[in-house]
Design a protein. Structure first.
Length: 336
């Protein structure tokens, strides 16, 4: 296939999946949050179930005037939401949904994921600095401090998986989880890394992922009661929509990474070959949906942490535990 045609087709597929998935997750959060708090939730747009509420909200934002403060750096201000969105979309280039259903199977796929996902910090800093608003600047600085602190345990958790799998290729990591763990009565039993010794790494990764998303209980960069809307304060119209969609797209992206690294990705025990290209996407989406629900559940359950509590959790607990997890996995890898 022509390179450019293949590139355009993959881009259309990724955009369709991410944007559709983001709308579905927004609706799921509206309904799940309302049930958890004994509220009605959306019920007008789309009839009894309110299924069209995310579309109605999107149309509302698109109709709003795209404003920028008079003292803002308009170039940086305008590009910030697109930098955040591009870093999110780029994650899906290497996420495998089947043995052959991957944009590009890189040998350094895990390294690429960690590098590209950190670009969102730049977009948030750009938004906070360029808005010419003290609340936006404080929100941007809080976000930078938080994301840098929680990027470390996230990276260290992934390092333990790479050591156990013996490869940075995401397809290779999935295949490592599909290998026989033990045999019972002639049956070969395989299990994901979550069961094969990575439960601590999984918990560290998920906590760090929620912090990377700046969602409750780690929503200090926005903190409406303190900073109005943090680095988003001066944004409106399409640019605010891009930040809003970027958050939910990042939920899907980080959940896809966790599903690949810890839950076996597209693998189904007993199946192999081309059939996984058919069944694998459904399996992967199901695992992503479970992890997205957990993230939503956390938001509507936990209170916001103070800034000192937030930093202490990362530096005093998650990073030492992640380093200990790497040491344990390395010892078992060499010894067994």
């Amino acid at each position: 296939m022509n390179f450019w045609l293949e590139l355009v087709l993959k881009l259309v597929v990724v955009l369709g999946f991410v944007l559709t998935g983001a709308l579905v997750v927004i609706y799921a959060e509206l309904k799940a949050g309302s049930h958890m708090q004994s509220r009605i939730g959306p019920y007008y747009a789309g009839g009894r179930w309110g299924w069209a509420q995310p579309l109605a909200d999107g149309l509302k934002f698109l109709q709003k005037e795209d404003l920028a403060p008079a003292a803002a750096d308009r170039t940086v201000f305008g590009w910030a939401p697109y930098v955040v969105m591009m870093s999110t979309l780029a994650i899906f280039v290497v996420i495998p949904f089947g043995p052959d259903m991957v944009g590009r199977d890189l040998d350094l796929g895990a390294y690429y994921l960690l590098a590209i996902s950190s670009l969102s910090v730049l977009g948030i800093l750009m938004a906070g600095w360029s808005s010419a608003n003290k609340y936006s600047l404080m929100g941007g600085l809080r976000a930078a401090a938080q994301l840098i602190a929680y990027e470390l345990p996230l990276v260290l958790a992934v390092v333990a998986v790479v050591i156990q799998a013996g490869t940075m290729s995401l397809n290779g990591i999935v295949e490592a989880q599909s290998q026989t763990w033990f045999t019972v009565a002639g049956l070969e039993i395989s299990a994901p890394f979550l069961i094969k010794g990575q439960i601590l790494g999984f918990m560290i990764f998920m906590i760090a992922a929620v912090a990377e998303l700046s969602r409750i209980p780690f929503d200090m960069p926005i903190a409406e009661s303190e900073l109005t809307m943090g680095y988003l304060t001066e944004y409106s119209g399409i640019r605010f929509t891009m930040f809003f969609l970027g958050e939910y797209a990042s939920m899907i992206g980080l959940s896809a990474i966790a599903a690949t690294l810890y839950l076996g990705g597209y693998d189904v025990p007993g199946l192999s070959g081309n059939i996984l290209n058919v069944v694998g996407p459904g399996v992967m989406i199901f695992k992503i949906a479970i992890l997205v629900f957990i993230i939503i559940w956390i938001r509507w359950t936990w209170p916001r942490l103070r800034e000192d509590q937030l930093q202490k959790l990362a530096w005093h607990w998650l990073i030492p535990l992640a380093l200990a997890n790497i040491a344990i996995v390395a010892v078992f890898k060499v010894a067994f």
